[in-house]
Ligand binder design. Structure first.
Ligand code: AP5
Length: 241
């Protein structure tokens, strides 16, 4: 595949894509962009926020421990995250690679992941080292995106009442489900989440920058322009461009 031949419409659903780490503040567009990567590579999006919310809904022991923490906008303790991720990353669907959306979020999580990726189980996936894509958006933009976000509980599609409204207000274009507002998308909790990001997750960005693995993308642009740059960064990393 040469530079001219690859376009954002191409798919690479049989290649080893390796681990793809999506970083960015709450609302930066990690979930939105992860969905475009899923389409291109056919690898799973592992959203730690979605996994935790699923545990909360099912009332598991993890969900019961995580609920109050998430409602406050704080980070769930590392040992609980490690337990959950050890199980998820062993899924057979991860054999060609996976997208980490929301993990790692602390330096301890980044170090834990690096050690896990050295594990024999991941030999094939890790023939390509992880690429870390960091999306930046300014503070007011993040607030507007999060308060305007609506999601489909059935297919997971993400909308925004300001920027990407559904055709019919409050209804998913794809399957007609009633769209939902996330419980932590209130202004008060958003401020706590942004605070946790600055205190705990910005150092992770520096950790990956120092390792020469960080690709920074300006997320203050329309979704398709950001997607183009995200896919280009991943293709370049995997030598498909
Ligand atoms: P999580 O679910 O991961 O939430 P988050 O990181 O706060 O990120 P979001 O999902 O809110 O934002 P996003 O970047 O995916 O943006 P999106 O694409 O939806 O985590 C929730 C909680 O779980 C945490 O607070 C914590 O308690 C816990 N947790 C999770 N992982 C953890 C970990 N590793 N360790 C400890 N605790 C953990 O986009 C947002 C909106 O903007 C949408 O409406 C979208 O349509 C719109 N939009 C997107 N891109 C654009 C664009 N280019 N232009 C205009 N609008 C756009």
């Amino acid at each position: 595949m040469n530079a001219q031949a690859a376009s954002s419409l191409d798919t690479f659903t049989s290649v080893n894509a390796g681990p793809i780490i999506m970083m960015g503040a709450p609302g930066a567009g990690k979930g939105t962009q992860s969905k475009a990567i899923v389409e291109r590579y056919g690898i799973p999006q592992i959203s730690t926020g979605d996994l935790l919310r699923d545990n909360v809904v099912r009332g598991t022991e993890l969900g019961q421990k995580a609920k109050a923490i998430m409602d406050r906008g704080d980070l769930v303790p590392d040992p609980l995250m490690f337990e959950m991720m050890t199980v998820r990353l062993k899924g057979e669907d991860c054999c060609r690679g996976f997208i980490l959306d929301g993990f790692p979020r602390t330096v301890a999580q980044a170090q834990w992941l690096d050690n896990l990726l050295k594990d024999k189980f991941f030999d094939k996936v890790c023939s390509i080292p992880p690429v870390v894509v960091s999306i930046s958006v300014d503070y007011n933009g993040l607030l507007q995106r999060l308060t305007g976000r609506r999601s489909c509980p059935t297919c997971g599609r993400i909308y925004n009442v300001h920027f990407q409204p559904p055709k019919v207000s409050g209804v998913c274009d794809a399957d007609g489900s009633a769209l939902q507002l996330r419980r932590d998308d209130t202004e008060e909790v958003i401020k706590e989440r942004l605070h946790a990001y600055e205190a705990m997750t910005l150092p992770v960005k520096e950790y990956f920058r120092a390792a020469g693995r960080l690709v920074e993308i300006d997320g203050d642009r329309p979704v398709d322009q950001v997607t183009r740059d995200v896919l280009r960064a991943i293709d370049r990393h995997g030598n498909r461009l």
